[in-house]
Design a protein around this ligand. Sequence first.
Ligand SMILES: [Zn+2]
Length: 414
Amino acid sequence: MTTRLYYNDSLLARFDATVTEAGVLPDGRPFVVLDKTGFYPSSGGQPHDLGLLGDATVLDVLDRDEDAAVLHVLDRALGPGVDVSGEIDQARRLDHIQQHSGQHVLSAAFVHACAAPTVSFHLGPDVSTIDLTAVLEADVIARAENEANRIVQENRPVEVRYASAEEAAALPLRKEPKRGGTLRLVDIQNWDLSACGGTHVSRTGSIGGIAVTGWERYKGGTRVGFACGLRAVRHHRLLRDVVTAATRALSVQMSELPEALRRLQSDSREARQQMRVLTESLAKYEAAELASSAKEIGGHRVVVRVVDRDANGLKLLAQAAAELGPSVVLVSASRPALVVAARGAEGPSSVDPAVVVPNFSSAAPAFDAKALVASLIARFGGKGGGRAELAQAGGMDGDPAEIGATCAEILKGG
Ligand SMILES: [Zn+2]
């Protein structure tokens, strides 16, 4: 068993101790056990301390449950029997103290505000969270946040005392303790009494302030994020910078930001709708232009053209042009290339009745889009398929112009 100096002095920065056991963890990292330590091991939602033991750097601190020993995982081995001085990373410890004490105050505030108990606590790297069993609305959360900050401002004393399980059973503890034996109680005067092994402030004013950073529905209850002290300031700084960038980009005041974003979304929806209408009407003109350029190839009246379109655009344009008479083969300008082939009636052009076109369809077998695409795949690779009336393929490895020329050759050759 290791004597835990942080139990009675949460601000202890240095201590001297003797190595009582030295070993190696299964992952190969060396560790030592000391007769007494100021290093806090990860437990109760609070992360472990960092610092130095002699020349060695403390990488992790673990609780060994069997004998209540504290394991200090180090970057180098230390021999047993050695006297060492320990130095704890104070900035990290102070931050953990603020977050953990803030958690006790806030959890109690939720009990006072809406009788919602906290079932778990996690002290994260940027924000911490508590999980509450109740579904909470914004007004209740604001009330608890206000109450918690009133307790911080009142700078109430926080005392650590010890009690047997029997004594504790008669006390108004916020949460049923999980373990028996002697309990360490953290008492925030007339506000919260909890069994806890963590490091805490001696007066609530040192928490500095408690800000709820957000909340979400979680396992039928609510997960509330919060930041205390300097972390709350850092969180505010981050929000300020993000909001400032957004208000500058949109040239609005902070309070106008949500409405400006809604307007932007609605404008963009309208613009997309207009673009769809324009694209459709443009496609009609393009289809007419394509159809009017049809040539006789291998007994078919057909258009073969490379156009800059995605798969959907190619298909729409090919179908629209084929409806005007000619069979149509469109190759995308991209590489790997896409191909869409569509069968037209191949009769006289309906675009310009004045243009006299011979009727080719009687001489040659019907234009077979599927067979044409299959021949192109055999030559250029890729994947695709379809019907004799409409077929398409993608992933063709070839120059689009060459694919178009090959297409014409296939139609000529039959
Ligand atoms: Zn605690």
